[in-house]
Design a protein around this ligand. Structure first.
Ligand code: GLU
Ligand code: ZN
Length: 498
């Protein structure tokens, strides 16, 4: 059962996922999306998906499309946003510029914001001086109270002005849903820019303005954004005065994800790219299961659970403030469990992309649906990621098995030819309707040469499948068929006795 919403009063939960469309979707981004989604679903709330594309230089349509595609693939659906619409449309910030211009103007009119004419050099000189004197080095409020003459002077010089938000001169305190009560002293949160000199609104303005207009109740986002929270809370208070916001949302900052060498997982890390997991054949459920453990846990003694189970238990209050470690081996182990949990039919279906071009090394017409259906159950228990399937079943669809040198070196030693010759004879007269009979045949061939089953079957396996490891051998032989199996043993004999 879902527990009671942890919102003030009875306000229904409204959370948002608001990425900037830059680069490829990465693990950190998906973790944020997942936690917001799970929180919304747990509380039967609303997930708003908003695109923060106000940085024309870095944003791209390609990245935007990938984001949507990735969320769809993962099954993280949204209630308002691109493609689904909603009462607060549009959900792309690049289409909302008039709203931001209007709010910025009203913030200035009410004294919450002001034009700042300082040049970059002036700011730098004063920052250096403040540092040298041991004073706080953030913006010093220089333009907070310019006289009309000073403004006229700057304008006559043709100086551009940015718009700066005026921080209240008192500490900002809030209770982080993950970290508890936090207080920021005013000297650490100086007045900050909200509109560029060219009139373009900044993240610092558009993000809280949209959260306010979209009536977001909980902001769950990465710890890297913690320092922007006191600024946003102060801005919210001004927005409440203007009638733009109804209240201040609650904030919860999700822990950092650490990668190799205990360094923060960066989106440029190759292991951080979502596409990589998708191409390797992680199941969406397996990946979501794993990503949910980056800062949260389902139960002390259970790491593998379904997405429905995740939703039923997810609570932001249970998120751990300590950095989470990204552990690829654990992700793979969890994914393997999810592969085993699939219905056999769903498993066979899920593998299909890896049994076709461009993953499969055989031509499309060599793929044999019946053989695949027959072999799939043996493969299901063996895969870590779905892309492993290709090497496990290529012996069925390639005209000739792959030649794996290490396998040949290991299995095709002295005596292998004799064994193969005997095995071929016994297999030729065996009952191919029974895998057990094929095993008896190889066992008997081994006895002739003083070899136990394990040693006797290795050359047979390499001759037929190309590798020393793979699916259960006798079932594999059956599915490949008598004639093809025997002719591969002959071909291997020809190579050995060449
Ligand atoms: N667009 C911001 C980002 O990608 C959103 C941050 C937030 O959640 O407030 O980092
Ligand atoms: Zn200034």
């Amino acid at each position: 059962m879902a527990s009671a919403p942890s919102t003030p009063g009875d306000a229904p939960v409204r959370v948002r996922f608001c990425p900037s469309p830059t680069g490829n979707p990465h693990v950190g981004l998906v973790r944020t999306a997942l936690f917001n989604w799970a929180f919304a679903r747990h509380h039967r709330g609303t997930l708003v998906f908003r695109i923060e594309d106000t940085d024309a230089a870095r944003d791209s349509e390609e990245s935007y499309r990938q984001l949507l595609d990735s969320l769809r693939w993962l099954g993280l659906d949204w209630d308002e946003g691109p493609e689904v619409g909603g009462p607060h449309a549009p959900y792309r910030q690049s289409q909302r510029t008039a709203i931001y211009a209007d709010v910025a103007r009203r913030l200035k009119e009410t004294g919450h914001a002001y034009d700042c004419y300082c040049t970059a050099e002036e700011l730098e000189t004063r920052r250096d001086a403040a540092r040298a004197a041991g004073r706080p080095s953030g913006y010093d409020g220089h333009c907070r109270a310019l006289t009309p003459e000073q403004v006229a002077g700057y304008q006559a010089e043709g100086r551009p002005a940015i718009v700066r938000f005026r921080m209240p001169d008192r500490p900002v305190t809030f209770t982080d849903l993950v970290r508890g009560e936090l207080t920021f002293a005013p000297e650490n949160v100086p007045d900050y820019g909200i509109v560029r000199a060219n009139g373009a609104p900044l993240y610092t303005l558009v993000n809280p303005v949209d959260d306010a207009l979209m009536e977001i109740t909980h902001v769950l986002r990465g710890e890297d954004l913690l320092s922007s929270t006191p600024r946003q809370i102060a801005l919210y208070q001004a927005l409440i005065e203007l009638g733009v916001a109804k209240g201040v949302p609650r904030f919860g900052h999700l822990p950092y994800v650490m990668g190799e060498g205990n360094k923060k997982l960066s989106k440029r890390d190759p292991g951080a790219s979502l596409n990589l997991y998708r191409e390797r054949g992680f199941l969406p459920e397996g990946l979501l299961n794993y990503l949910s453990l980056l800062g949260w846990s389902y139960a002390a003694d259970q790491d593998v659970f379904s997405t429905a189970e995740l939703v039923s238990r997810f609570e932001v209050a249970d998120v751990n403030a300590n950095p989470a470690r990204f552990d690829l081996k654990k992700a793979e182990a969890i994914n393997a469990d999810h592969i085993r949990r699939l219905e056999p039919k769903a498993f066979a279906e899920a593998c299909l992309p890896w049994l076709r071009a461009p993953y499969a090394p055989w031509p499309a017409e060599s793929f044999d649906e019946a053989a695949w259906q027959a072999v799939a159950p043996y493969a299901q228990t063996r895969l870590t990621v779905l892309s492993d399937i290709t090497a496990n079943v290529d012996f069925l669809f390639l005209g000739r098995p792959v030649r794996d040198e290490a396998s040949w070196a290991k299995a095709m030693k002295d005596g292998a030819a004799d064994l193969l010759r005997t095995a071929a004879g016994k297999l030729a007269t065996a009952d191919w309707a029974s895998a057990e009979a094929l095993k008896e045949a190889v066992l008997a061939a081994g006895e002739v040469h003083g070899l136990k089953l394990g040693k006797a079957q290795a050359p047979v396996r390499v001759a037929v499948t190309g590798r020393t490891v793979g699916l259960p051998l006798f079932e594999s032989l059956q599915i490949l068929g008598r004639d093809r199996s025997l002719s591969r043993i002959d071909a291997a004999l020809a190579v050995l006795t060449g």
